[in-house]
Every structure is written in structure tokens, then in C-alpha cells.
Design a binder for this molecule. Structure first.
Ligand SMILES: *[C@@H]1O[C@H](CO)[C@@H](O)[C@H](O)[C@H]1NC(C)=O
Ligand SMILES: *[C@@H]1O[C@H](CO)[C@@H](O)[C@H](O)[C@H]1NC(C)=O
Length: 211
């Protein structure tokens, strides 16, 4: 078959048509991007499966499941349910998740009473996740404790159909990704990649002057 006279022009016309149709549907609706964030954070834990994001029948709500493996300890299961059972409202479009045990039963989130408990729960939930390093407590002033979850200083790359980005992806520090997905600040816990070298020799939970 002979080449079309102006292949460049044809490709260009196709691309433009394609861009126009993506635009018409709305680029990367925020609930899809949010789901991508969950996927990127959770696929680095082999004990978790993230389902497709699917509309609930007769509702303006997208829902997905996070299924936890059978041999996960109870505190990991409860921790995951506490941080990852979410319901967001994107301007009328609801987005929600459920954490299920290996038999498909929804796990109940826990009422967390303080930052210390949240930090321990986050540590349990993140056990086995590639990006997780450990938890730590720091006391910059007497009687003030900061609760931390420390992540590896790595970049998580999230693919999205963001045409404003040349490569169509977002690159986030693992700590930033998990701060968002786990809503850590809401629970009084901070995410960081700091090494806390000075605390390394101290047992966890012991106050330290370093942040
Ligand atoms: C989530 O799990 C529930 C209960 O097992 C199931 O009915 C539903 O289809 C699942 N949703 C998705 C999107 O996989
Ligand atoms: C995740 O899904 C895969 C494929 O369906 C399955 O083999 C695996 O056991 C699942 N893991 C969990 C933790 O549910």
C-alpha cells in the first residue's frame, strides 16, 4: 500500500481529534486520580489487592475495595480499615473505598483517640509495604510530642492522563503519597523521609530533642 501523501498531517489530525474527545469527557476526573494514588501506594504491599473503581448501582458514587490477605495480623487489618476507608465528595460525585478481609467482609475502622495510637496503627497498617521504614516520636519541647511515620526516600511515579504533563505522570515522594492516601495529618501523624539518625539508637517512643 502506498504511503499517504502527508502522513504527518494525518497523524496530527488524528491526535487532535483524540485530544478533543478526551477534553470533552473531562481530563482525569479527580476520583480516578485519587484511585491511582491508592493503587500506587498499595501495590507495594503484596498482602493487598486494590479492585477496579466501579460505579455503585443507582448512585452517583464510585467505589473500590482493598482486600487484605488472610495471614495479615489483626492490627494491620484494623489499621488499614481505619486509614483507608474513605468517602470523598468531588462536587457531587462521591468516591468511596472499603477495606475487606480475605473472606470479603468489610472491616470496621477504629475510633482513634490520639496521635500516638494513630502512629502505632499506621505502623501496623504499613507493615510489609516496600516504602515504609518505621515510626518515630520526637519531642522538640518538653511535653510536646510529634508522631512520625518514616518512609524511604524514594519517588513513586503515578501514571495519569494529564496532558499538561509532557510524560503524563506525577512524581511524588513516597512520604507525600502516603500522607495523602492515609490522611495522616488528620490523625495527628506526620510523614517524612528524614532519617532520624540521632534517634536510631533509642528505643521507639523515647523522647528526643531532634526533629
Ligand atoms: C467490593 O466488594 C463487594 C463485597 O464483596 C462486592 O459486592 C463489590 O462488587 C466489590 N466492588 C468492586 C468494585 O470490586
Ligand atoms: C489478589 O489477587 C490475585 C489475583 O486475583 C490473587 O491471586 C491474590 O491471592 C489476591 N491477594 C489478596 C491479598 O487478596
Amino acid at each position: 500500500m502506498p504511503c499517504p501523501a502527508r502522513p504527518g498531517l494525518l497523524a496530527c489530525a488524528l491526535l487532535l481529534a483524540c485530544l478533543a474527545s478526551v477534553k470533552a469527557q473531562g481530563l482525569s476526573p479527580p476520583w480516578w486520580v485519587t484511585w491511582d494514588f491508592f493503587q500506587a501506594a498499595l501495590r507495594s504491599d503484596r498482602c493487598l489487592n486494590v479492585s477496579e473503581l466501579a460505579p455503585l448501582p443507582r448512585k452517583t458514587e464510585f467505589r473500590f475495595n482493598i482486600t487484605v490477605c488472610a495471614d495479615a495480623p489483626e492490627d494491620k487489618l484494623v489499621g488499614l480499615a481505619t486509614f483507608l476507608t474513605v468517602r470523598y465528595d468531588f462536587g457531587g460525585q462521591l468516591f468511596s473505598s472499603k477495606v475487606l478481609d480475605s473472606r470479603g467482609k468489610a472491616v470496621r475502622p477504629m475510633m482513634v483517640k490520639d496521635g500516638e495510637q494513630a502512629m502505632k496503627l499506621a505502623g501496623a497498617a504499613l507493615q510489609g509495604n516496600h516504602y515504609f521504614e518505621r515510626t518515630a516520636v520526637s519531642s522538640p519541647l518538653p511535653c510536646i510530642d510529634f508522631y512520625w511515620v518514616i518512609f524511604k526516600p524514594e519517588i513513586a511515579q503515578i501514571w495519569i492522563d494529564n496532558l499538561a504533563d509532557l510524560y503524563g505522570n506525577i512524581n511524588l515522594l513516597a512520604a507525600d503519597l502516603f500522607a495523602r492516601v492515609f490522611r495522616l495529618e488528620q490523625f495527628g501523624v506526620r510523614a517524612t523521609t528524614l532519617k532520624f539518625k540521632d534517634m536510631a539508637s533509642q528505643p521507639e517512643g523515647q523522647p528526643s530533642a531532634y526533629v
